[in-house]
Each structure stands twice: as C-alpha cells, then as structure tokens.
Design a protein around this ligand. Structure first.
Ligand code: MGD
Ligand code: MGD
Ligand code: MO
Length: 776
C-alpha cells in the first residue's frame, strides 16, 4: 500500500448513480473488448438476449427497459473478454507457479479455449482432444467399485438443460452424490421452508412488492449483490410503504439509492432514502430479533383482545397452521434478557419493528446469506415463517417469504433434480421416463463430499462450473481432500484455483458461457433458467464463441455420458442436436413443465407456480407447520463456544462490490470505502481501542475450534466501521481457511461462513502458520 491509496475513505455518494456508471465504464475498458461488450450488455435480460449471469433477481416484464446493473455489467464483461488461456499459455506457466498467484490474477488471464490435461511429470497442463478427455473420464468412472466413489458438483450458473442432463447422467451411472453451491448458500432456506410450508422456494412474485405495506430485509446487501432489487425497494419506499432493514453493517446501498437509469435524478442528485428504518443486530441475532417482535405481538394481541379486537389472523392460524400454541408458549418462556443479549438491539427498536409489522396488512420478508450461513439458520428461517404466519402473511397478495437467491440459476438447478436427497416422486418420474432405476439412497452434499474425499471414499470429482477449492470451507483440508482424488474434472469458462489444486489426474474442459452463441446441428440453441420468483425464461447467447474447441455444457455432459454409458438410457448425441428434446424430457419428469417448449416462447417466460402461495401446504399435516425451537444459548457450535475468551470476536465473511463469489473483478469495495485492498477486517472502533490496536494496523485472524488444528490467516488491516462491538467482517474467499469443515448449520450442513469465532493478534511478521487461499 502506498500513501496515495488509503485503504478506507468513506463513500459519501448514494448507491447506484454516477458512481455506478463510472465503475461500469472502467470495467468495460479492462475487459479489452469494449465495443463487443456494449452490444452484449444491451442484450442482457432482454427477450431476445441472454439471462444475466449475475444474480437471480427477477424482472418485471417491460420490454422498453434496459435491464442490467453495474454488477451485471461486470459479470458480462468478465465473460466476454478477448484474453484466452490455452495450451500455449499453460506451456509458459507451471501449475505450481500459477498456484502462487492471486484469484484475481488467475481469472484475469481470460477464457479457457481448449480441453487440457494435467501432466504431473512436467507440472503443466497440456492440450488433449475432446475424445481423449471423455474417455479418460469414462475409464476413471467405470473402474470404480461403486458409483458412489464419484461426486458431481454443480455451480448455479448451469442452465436447466445442462443440470437436467447432468443429473440424468449421474443417476444412470448410479449415484446421488450431488454437492452443489446451494449447499453453501440457501440450503437453510430450502430446508426451513420445505419443513414448514411444504415448498423450498419463495412464495412471492415480483409484483407483490407493489402491494406490500411493509418489506423487511434481513441479512442482505442488495446494493452489491442484487442491484436491480434496489429499484424495487425504492419503489416500495416512494409508494409510502415501510422498508425495514436488518443488517449487522451499515450498507450504503440500503441507506440511499438513486437509479442510474433515471437521468433526471442523477442530475439533481436527489437520491431518496430507501429505508425507513435501519437496524443493526449482532451477527446471528436475527432469530432473537424476530422472537422479540413476536413477544411484543403477543402482548399487543392480549391488549387487543380485551377490546374485542385482534392482531393475529386467527382464521389463518386455525385453518392453515399447526403448532402455533406451543410456539407462542415457547416465545413467552424466552426471557427479554436472552433476546436482547443475542439480538444486540434495544427493546424499543424491537417494539418499533413489531409495531410496523402489526400495522401492515401485507408484509414481505426477504433474506440472503446473513440469515442462511449460521449454525442456527434453519431455526431462524422457521422463526421468520412463524412471524409471517401470525398475521396470515403467506399466500396473500403483497405478502410472503422471499429468500433472494444467489447464482442466476441456482434455484432452477434444484428444480431439475440437482439434489443429493431427491424426492421419491422425482425418482419415480425419472424411472418412468428413462426405464432405469435411479439410486434410492441419499447422496453427499458439499461438506460430506469433502469428508468423503479426505477419507478416500470419493475418488472422482467432476465440477459443472464453480470454484470448489476456493468456495468451500477449511481451504487446507479441502485442498488435501481434492489432492487425494484419482481424477478431478472442471467444466469451466475461466481459470481458477480449482484447476490448480488437482487430483492425481486432472482435466480442464472449456465451456461456453451465457453470452456465447451455442451452435449445434439444428442451429443456435437456447437454454432456460429460473429466477428467485420461480419465473422460467429462455436465454440465448449473442457472441460468436472465441474458439471452436469450446463446447456447450450440455454437449460436454453428453460427451462424458456417452463415453461412460454408451447410449444408455438415452441417445445422448441426439439430445444435443436440439435442446427442445431435452426440454421434452424435463416436461415429462418435472412437475410444472408441461408444454415447456411452447411456454418459453412467451415473452418474459412463465411462472412455475408455488403451492404455499395457493395456501396448499405440502407437509405431512397438510398445514403450515410452525416449529418452536429454543433460542440457542449461543449462536456458535459447541466446539467454538468452548474456546471463547474475553478477547474473542464473531467474524462474518462477505462479498466486496468488486467480486462475484470467488471471481475477483477488482480490489475496490466502493460503498464501504475500500480501495486497492482485500485483506481488510472491519471492526468497531471501540474494539480497536479496547485491544490497544491502531487503525490500519495489520493483524492475523485465528479461528477457534476445539480440534487442535491451527487455522490462521495473516496480514489483515483493521478498518474501523459501523459494526456491533464484538463482531468483525472480512471478505470471502480469503477467509475460507478459517471456517472449520465441521462448523456447519444444524439441518442444513451449510458452512457457518457468517459466524466464525476468532481471535486477533498483531500481524505475525514471520508469517508462521499463515494459510491463505491464494498461496496454498
Ligand atoms: N455482484 C455480485 N452479485 C452477487 C454475488 C457476488 O458475489 N457479487 N453473489 C451471488 C450469490 S451466490 C449470492 S448467495 C448472493 C449473496 O448476497 P448477500 O447475501 O447480500 O451477500 P453477502 O456479501 O454474503 O452479504 C451478506 C449481508 O448480510 C449481512 N449480515 C451478515 N451476517 C448477518 C447477520 O447475522 N444478521 C444480519 N441481519 N445481517 C448479517 C452482511 O453485513 C451483508 O450485508 O449474491 C449473488 N449476487
Ligand atoms: N466464506 C464464505 N464462503 C462462501 C460464501 C460466503 O459468503 N463466505 N458464499 C457461498 C456461496 S453463497 C456460494 S453460491 C458459493 C459459490 O461457489 P461456486 O459457485 O463454486 O463459485 P463461483 O465463484 O461462483 O464460481 C466461479 C467459477 O465458475 C466458472 N464459471 C463461470 N461461469 C460459468 C458458466 O457459465 N459455466 C461453467 N461451467 N462455469 C462457469 C468460472 O470458471 C469461475 O471461475 O460460495 C460459498 N462460499
Ligand atoms: Mo450463493
């Protein structure tokens, strides 16, 4: 760091607006493909273009509107670069050398353009033909003594068509081992919602925001991660509806916003506040916040009853729910003391939020990773559902549960059967259509896959996208586990850490991205995706692929399948000629997709429907089940809690404005005022003082977990920030070495990326024991 580039200068402008346009322009130029990319951007989320590879926020159907945001623009640019990584590049750089480079450097090298095989003798990747690559995979798979020795990872950019073929292939091969990014993401939402309302998806449509009286946003940073959501939130506020934010950090995007597509606003700089109230609970305090609100609501209900009125929706509760009595009893038994301690809000704040809730006839609650990546995430989501149920805010206009998904098709991948715990009905439908018996036993999700690799039980690892080595917890343990595999296969667009931490053998299979035209025998093909609101729509690339040696994801899966299984259970190559044939299979297997090929011709796509929205509860009781969990006495798992001292902190790991998960576009985090730096740790100024540190001082971060292993990263700068005392925040993936593999959510098994018990020490100049994703 030089003096010219201070790490931290508070960002004073509103989110979006001129700052966003300037940043978009800079990223255009960096991609070295500016004109091509402007054309590409204009096609983002348009009926004739491709689905934005950014986030999974939905779109109101309005063809006149330009539908991209600053960060969507970065995602498009990043994919549509003119730089390439081929065998020639690999001849110049050994894998060991590449592994010393940062994640930013790796992906910046450009698109992967030809299939390559790792040669351990030379420590270089070398060109290989597609036929050779497919047969190498087939040999590895066919020489296993059990199909469960293989695991098939999916990242949420994969299209419905690719995901469906992938699960068909892996199930025909014989395993349900489908670890996927959603295991690290919204798994708790899926589990929590399914076990309470009978469906693991959000119950609202995007238009519901126009009818909501109040919107509660929990644990989410839309200014960076779902920028188009800010526009929706702004409309909510402008309409006079209430917007309540609960976030441990003061996030700029949620405080103020101006719309970059509205020139008048930008000229006058008349940004309006998007939030009517901003609460900063402690990390992991949201369940306590909601419980406190319900405690207030119980009191309000008792008062109302005395006047012959009601706050609760008793008709809804009686007709549609089970478990309200025991739940309310549980709430009454939870003391205010426990609630306030864990929540980190005052009783007045909680009272205020409860009053807004009680006065609104329709309430939407949205949430993302601030809720799902804790030990008690499922319990927190159950608590949110209970709050909604109290006033019938499920299945009525302008109301409902809205988990805001991450990857652009992560929800669709699940719908297509990427699930290590498939339902009986899904497996039966597969059997009926394809005439083979799919494996019936449960497969492995992410954490269990890493354990199985470590224990020598999973030997072949195939990844359909993503960056498993960097995205997963306990980076060192995960790296060692991957290295024990016989073969690791990465189907990817860009070079990343997962290509460099290899099994004994390793392959890189370069694929087309969303922006590329997918030429097949019957012409250019479209794929489909599902957004957070269960809308299915088509996506077709607009750019000529960089290389004839890149293949589409479906074509790669079909190639692997044919080499491994021959023409069982389908003639794979015929499916690739025309993806309509894949969609016909999907229509026959997955509920809600009948007439798939016709329905995607509709502008804006079609709505998959949601049973809970219809107040049809697909639970064993036929009603919404209201679970009553005790408020945990600590938000940490026991192995961390036992290690706590007065010096301990809880660390959350989060995204900067210049990254897409493990893809680092740049080193700034504009809204949080960070420049040219990623190794920072946000800390309350009082904590800096209390521990006798200085602002800007470098520290090491060591996580607390009772297993004798030292997990430590070094050289992180202290940045004073508006964050509750005792809480810290730092960027992912650099912090993944700190997350113990065994530290995961109850029921969800999601790594606890938002609640890691840690201690700080002054930076260790000898750098002993430093672990970092970038130099493993
Ligand atoms: N540009 C861009 N877009 C993205 C992504 C990206 O990396 N870059 N990633 C995509 C993916 S896969 C996902 S899952 C989403 C992620 O979207 P987010 O969930 O918004 O992502 P995070 O950066 O993890 O932010 C979590 C937010 O929750 C807050 N928080 C953390 N812990 C708590 C808590 O205990 N309680 C409360 N109330 N708040 C808390 C943090 O301060 C932060 O604002 O975004 C998607 N979109
Ligand atoms: N500590 C910590 N860890 C986390 C999180 C956290 O908040 N904190 N968040 C978690 C979450 S929410 C998620 S979703 C996961 C993300 O985990 P992943 O989905 O595995 O990771 P990404 O960084 O999104 O994957 C990026 C890579 O995908 C490849 N890629 C990009 N586009 C395409 C495409 O169209 N096709 C194919 N085949 N490949 C493509 C590129 O090679 C790129 O390098 O990380 C999780 N890990
Ligand atoms: Mo995610």
């Amino acid at each position: 760091m030089t003096n010219k580039t201070h790490t931290y200068t508070p960002y004073k402008g509103p989110a979006g607006g001129w700052g966003a346009l300037k940043s978009t322009a800079q990223h255009w130029l960096k991609s070295e493909n500016a004109t091509r990319n402007i054309f590409t951007l204009l096609k983002t989320n348009q009926p004739q273009g491709f689905d934005c590879p950014g986030c999974a926020w939905g779109e109101k159907h309005d063809p006149a509107k330009i539908r991209f945001c600053e960060n969507g623009a970065k995602a498009v640019n990043w994919e549509a670069t003119s730089r390439k990584v081929d065998a020639e590049f690999m001849a110049q750089h050994s894998v060991s050398w590449l592994n010393t480079q940062s994640d930013y450097f790796l992906e910046y090298q450009g698109r992967l353009t030809e299939p390559m095989r790792y040669n351990p003798a030379t420590d270089h990747y070398e060109a290989i033909s597609w036929t050779q690559a497919f047969s190498q995979i087939a040999n590895a798979l066919n020489s296993q003594n059990s199909p469960d020795n293989a695991a098939f990872y999916t990242s949420g950019r994969a299209s419905n068509e690719a995901a469906f073929l992938y699960q068909l292939f892996a199930r025909a091969y014989g395993t349900n081992n489908f670890p996927d990014c959603s295991n690290m993401c919204h798994e708790a939402s899926g589990y929590g919602l399914t076990s309470s309302i009978g469906i693991g998806k959000g119950t609202i449509e995007i238009d519901d925001f126009e009818r909501a009286d109040a919107v509660f946003v929990f644990g989410q940073n839309p200014g960076t991660n779902h920028p188009r959501m800010l526009e929706t939130l702004k409309e909510v506020v402008q309409r006079g509806a209430q917007l309540l934010t609960f976030n441990t950090l003061k996030e700029r995007g949620l405080e103020r916003f101006q719309n970059p597509q509205n020139p008048i606003e930008m000229l006058t700089n008349s940004s309006k506040p998007t939030n009517t109230a901003y609460y900063t609970p402690k990390i992991g305090g949201d369940m306590a916040v909601v419980r406190g609100m319900v405690k207030v609501l119980i009191e309000m209900e008792e008062n109302a009853q005395r006047e012959g009125k009601a706050v609760f929706d008793h008709d809804f509760i009686t007709q549609h729910t089970q478990g309200m009595g025991p739940y309310l009893e549980r709430v009454k038994q939870t003391s205010w003391n426990d609630i306030l301690n864990q929540a980190g809000l005052t009783r007045e704040e909680i009272q205020q939020a409860a009053e807004v809730y009680a006065h609104a006839n329709s309430v939407i609650i949205t949430w993302a990773m601030g809720i799902t990546q804790h030990h008690h995430s499922v319990a927190t989501i159950h608590e949110i559902v209970n709050l909604l149920a109290l006033r019938g805010n499920l299945g009525k206009p302008g109301a409902g549960a809205c988990p805001v998904r991450g990857h652009s098709n992560v929800q669709g991948d699940r719908t297509m059967g990427i699930n290590e715990r498939p339902s009986r009905a899904f497996l039966d439908a597969m059997e009926k259509r394809f005439h083979f018996t799919p494996p019936q036993h449960e497969g492995l999700a992410v954490v269990d896959t890493i354990r199985a690799m470590r224990d020598g039980k999973v030997k072949v690892f195939v990844a359909l996208g993503g960056n498993f080595a960097a995205a997963t917890p306990d980076s060192q343990a995960t790296a060692a586990a991957l290295e024990k595999c016989d073969l690791t296969v990465q189907i990817s667009t860009k070079l990343n850490r997962s290509h460099l931490i290899t099994g004994k053998e390793a392959l890189i299979l370069p694929c087309l991205g969303r922006t590329d035209i997918d030429h097949q025998a019957n012409g250019a093909q479209k794929v489909t995706v599902e957004d957070s609101f269960s809308m299915i729509h088509a996506s077709g690339g607009v750019l000529e692929p960089m290389s004839k040696l890149q293949k589409s994801e479906p074509a790669i899966i079909a190639g692997i399948a044919e080499a491994t299984l021959g023409n069982h259970p389908v003639e794979w190559s015929s499916l690739i000629a025309n993806y309509d044939t894949i969609r016909e299979h999907i229509a026959a297997v997955v509920p809600g997709f009948s007439g798939f090929n016709q329905r995607i011709l509709q502008d804006g796509g079609f709505y998959l429907g949601n049973s809970a929205r219809e107040r049809n509860w697909k639970t064993p009781a036929g009603k919404a089940i209201l679970h009553s969990h005790p408020l945990p006495d600590s938000i940490l798992p026991k192995q961390a809690k036992d290690m706590l001292t007065e010096k301990s902190f809880i660390l959350q790991t989060l995204r900067s404005h210049d990254q897409y998960n493990t893809t680092i576009y740049g080193l700034n985090d504009r809204y949080r005022g960070i420049k040219n730096e990623r190794k920072v740790v946000f800390i309350n100024p009082a904590d800096i003082k209390r521990l006798g540190y200085q602002e800007g001082q470098k520290v090491s971060i060591r996580s607390l977990w009772n297993d004798g292993i030292v997990r430590k990263i070094d050289g992180f700068k202290l940045v004073p920030y508006s964050i509750p005392a005792g809480n810290l925040a730092a960027y992912y993936p650099e912090t993944n070495p700190l997350v113990p593999l065994d530290s995961h959510g109850e029921f969800s098994n999601t790594p606890t990326s938002k609640s890691i018990a840690v201690e700080l020490e002054p930076s260790d100049t000898k750098r002993n024991g430093e672990l970092s994703v970038t130099n493993l």
